[in-house]
Design a protein around this ligand. Structure first.
Ligand code: F6R
Length: 227
């Protein structure tokens, strides 16, 4: 667990970009499970700046979609695959993406790729990972889920007045926990209690993020989230 003293988003951006860039330099064809949400946006922008400057090459990296709402028309502005394209795939110059369309195809494609090297995750206000809502045990598979009221409320901030879909598909806990390494980014006082539960409380399906302690986990948190 690394606690960053500086202004929140900025500190996470630099430290997260350093962490991931080192891994891409070591393995240029890295397979990355990619969260959307607010927390990793600064980190993705910092990585994009390195790609623009020519100091980082992500062209052989594969992005794997972590979660998606169900029931959106193609081109809907709320699509999480669209968000991942705009924030990660295009600015980093990636050519390979594994979309989260249906669980069977997704699982087969991940198997062919040899699994996920690195998972980049945010922490849900209720301890969810992707959209593995509580209760989700460590074996929960890739599947369709109903979003909890907490998740709908936290996602409302993304879509400026548009309704938040109530159903989603998520990469399973089994996929997330099988990643060879995981980076969890956590920012803000509103995440303090749930980060404490995830790191210091019992491992429990009621806090899906608590199972991350079984993995090769790096947590980057700011002082507001982890005083
Ligand atoms: C988004 C995702 C979610 C978020 C989590 C934290 O793809 O998988 O689990 O990472 O809800 O969201 P923010 O970063 O907006 O606080």
């Amino acid at each position: 667990v690394q606690i960053l003293p500086d202004a929140q988003a900025l500190a996470l951006a630099g430290a997260g970009a350093d962490w991931l860039a080192r891994r891409i330099e070591h393995k240029p064809d890295l397979t990355i499970l990619v969260a959307t949400g607010q927390t990793p946006m600064g980190m993705y922008a910092a990585l994009a700046a390195r790609v623009q400057a020519g100091t980082l090459d992500c062209s052989r990296v594969t992005a794997v979609q972590l979660d998606e709402y169900v029931g959106l028309e193609p081109g809907d502005p709320r699509s999480l695959s669209g968000w991942m394209e705009r924030a990660f795939v295009v600015p980093l110059g990636l050519r390979n993406v594994v979309p989260l369309d249906d669980p069977a195809t997704f699982t087969a494609r991940l198997r062919d790729l040899g699994g996920v090297d690195v998972a980049i995750l945010g922490l849900g206000p209720n301890g969810h990972l992707g959209f593995n809502e509580p209760p989700s045990g460590p074996d929960a598979p890739t599947r369709e889920v109903t979003l909890t009221p907490e998740s709908v409320a936290s996602n409302r901030g993304y879509w400026d007045g548009l309704a938040v879909p109530t159903h989603a598909i998520t990469a399973g806990m089994d996929v997330i926990l099988a990643a060879r390494e995981t980076l969890l980014l956590v920012s803000g006082a509103h995440k303090r209690a749930i980060l404490g539960a995830a790191l210091d409380g019992p491992e429990t399906p009621d806090v899906p993020a608590s199972f991350l302690r079984r993995t090769a986990l790096t947590v980057l948190a700011d002082r507001d989230a982890r005083p």
